[in-house]
Design a protein around this ligand. Structure first.
Ligand code: FES
Ligand code: FES
Length: 195
């Protein structure tokens, strides 16, 4: 049995469960975050990809036991958009026709996000390497690669316009990160406690 608190999509979540279960099971079955797809369940397809502390990981291969106190932040596809505004990577996938059946899409988008967060201007080779753990049986990958290249440009443009108020930005790149949202929520809770 494990009991730990993680920041998942900007909210603190207490995990109390059999620590032999996979992170994918926990996200899908307990939190109903079904954007992480169960494809192979053996680490071979990437459809279960989520971002764990900035890295794209296959959640079917991570047990709750593996989530140490050092692991703090998880982002799933449900946590990517800002309200009704899609994340630029999601929008670029739509605009480039990089989605067909959509089963691989959440994992692809999150692998792309982890890449663009650490490398704002990746080469085509770097993009191919980043999505190599993610299998797509529909698109032939070309549209996906073009979508990620376009998303990189959109994010860079948005970063240049960052002087604009976040609410005006069509790309919502100024939205607080999930971990910042958890920190803010914790300090608000502390401030509201009676003294
Ligand atoms: S379901 Fe996790 S890699 Fe396939
Ligand atoms: S869009 Fe169908 S598997 Fe990628």
């Amino acid at each position: 049995m494990t009991s730990k608190t993680l920041c998942i999509n900007g909210s603190d979540v207490i995990i109390r469960s059999d620590d032999r279960r996979s992170l994918l099971d926990f996200l899908r079955d307990d939190l109903r975050l079904t954007g992480a797809k169960r494809g192979c369940d053996i680490g071979a397809c990437g459809s279960c990809t989520v971002i764990l502390d900035g890295k794209a990981v296959r959640s079917c291969r991570i047990s709750l036991h593996d989530l140490s106190a050092n692991h703090t932040t998880i982002v799933t596809i449900e946590g990517l958009s800002n309200g009704k505004t899609l994340h630029p990577i999601q929008q670029a996938f739509i605009d480039h026709g990089a989605i067909q059946c959509g089963f691989c899409t959440p994992g692809m988008v999150l692998s792309a996000k982890a890449l663009l967060d650490r490398n704002a201007s990746p080469t085509r080779d770097e993009i191919c390497r980043a999505i190599s753990p993610n299998l797509c049986r529909c698109t032939g990958y070309q549209q996906i690669i073009e979508a990620i290249e376009d998303a990189a440009q959109r994010l860079q443009t948005s970063a240049k316009q960052s002087a604009r108020p976040a609410s005006d930005s069509p790309l919502a790149a100024n939205a607080p990160s999930p971990s910042a949202r958890c920190r803010d929520a914790r300090s608000r809770k502390k401030d509201s406690k009676p003294h």
